[in-house]
Ligand binder design. Structure first.
Ligand SMILES: NC(=O)c1ccc[n+]([C@@H]2O[C@H](COP(=O)([O-])OP(=O)(O)OC[C@H]3O[C@@H](n4cnc5c(N)ncnc54)[C@H](O)[C@@H]3O)[C@@H](O)[C@H]2O)c1
Length: 320
């Protein structure tokens, strides 16, 4: 059985998903839509399908089984609602939007529709993350620290708070999501964030440094450090319990306890694992391999938006 696929937004990350579709014997690219006609035409030349610049036309003209949503954070509009109304399964890039109430409403509509969803929290699909999960199964975490310390992203919408939500919401969201994956739901957030060094970048109004404290429902405490003022990239999560620690630093896992030190480097392509898990779920109806459905992406978004609110109001925010 063929899975008929459409895309909305065919910029940077969409190229990765489009390539991955070619790895599936059952996926067929039917149509792509981008407000930039050139981008839509380029994608069609390379990968096939029909090019659209109007989403409403694409979704009513084409019979789709699944839609990849790869638009920037500010541009989600009512894409998800329209797809769900036609029972089109959704793969949605992170972050899921910038307005928590809208995203909650989308989650309700998606749940009612019964469609299959996956979100772009690709780190969950790493073998080293799964190995860390297994190690932690019968252990108690006490503290979790995440970091995303990197370079500036030149994509024009990225530097604008109203369009990207800032680095924490748009990028460090991967780290926050991994922390949630290991430590569970977040209860409250207290963030210090500042635009300290990057005022000289034209049109930029996002924080360039951030220090965020998290309290988890389980009692675990956590911290996130985030910045884009660095010459290189480092990101990871360190998980501490009594007499052990688990450190995922980029592609390397280190586990240290009384008995051993284990170091392992992943060779996994997380985008491939993630996309094939989504396609497989559609083909078989078994959602168990999808590690970050819409509800999970929504919870991660709630933490990062609460951090923005906390930084703006200089007060802790309790999540609802
Ligand atoms: N999971 C990951 O590792 C990862 C990596 C990169 C980007 N992303 C996410 O993917 C999303 C897109 O990022 P990108 O880097 O591909 O951005 P991009 O700017 O390269 O591409 C976005 C595309 O969407 C199009 N677009 C904008 N509004 C649209 C609309 N209303 N309808 C149709 N098309 C529209 C633009 O013309 C552009 O071609 C972002 O949310 C980003 O956070 C995820």
């Amino acid at each position: 059985m063929t899975t008929r696929i459409g895309f909305i937004g065919v910029g940077g990350i969409a190229q990765v998903h489009l390539k991955n579709l070619q790895l599936s014997e059952t996926a067929e690219l039917v149509a792509v839509c981008d407000v930039n006609a050139e981008a839509a035409n380029r994608a069609v030349e390379k990968f096939g399908g029909v090019a659209y610049t109007d989403f409403n036309q694409m979704i009513s003209n084409e019979l789709l089984d699944a839609l990849f949503v790869c638009v920037p954070p500010f541009a989600h509009g009512d894409i998800e609602e329209k797809a769900a109304a036609r029972s089109v399964h959704l793969f949605i890039e992170k972050p899921l939007g910038l307005d928590m109430d809208r995203v909650r409403e989308k989650a309700r509509i998606i749940a009612e529709s019964g469609i299959i969803t996956g979100t772009g929290y690709c780190l969950r699909y790493l073998d080293i993350v799964q190995e860390a999960k297994t190690y932690l199964l019968d252990r108690t975490i006490a503290m979790i620290n995440g970091y995303y310390l990197t370079r500036f992203v030149t994509t024009p919408w990225w530097r604008v708070m109203a369009k990207s939500g800032g680095q924490l919401v748009e990028q460090t969201t991967h780290t926050v999501d991994l922390m949630r994956y290991f430590a569970g739901d977040v209860k409250s957030v207290y963030a210090n964030m500042s635009l300290h060094l990057s005022q000289d970048i034209e049109g930029l109004d996002i924080y360039d440094v951030g220090s965020i404290n998290l309290s988890f429902t389980s009692g675990v405490v956590g911290h996130v450090a985030t910045t884009f003022i660095q010459p290189d990239h480092r990101s990871g999560v360190e998980i501490l319990g009594r007499d052990f620690r688990v450190h995922i630093d980029g592609s390397t896992l280190t586990i240290i306890d009384h008995e051993k030190t284990i170091t392992k480097k992943t060779k996994h392509d997380f985008y491939k694992e993630q996309d094939l898990a989504f396609l497989d779920a559609i083909r078989t109806g078994d959602r168990s391999k999808i590690l970050a459905p819409y509800e999970e992406g929504m919870k991660t978004l709630a933490v990062t938006l609460a951090a923005n609110e906390s930084a703006a109001t200089a007060s802790p925010i309790v999540l609802r």
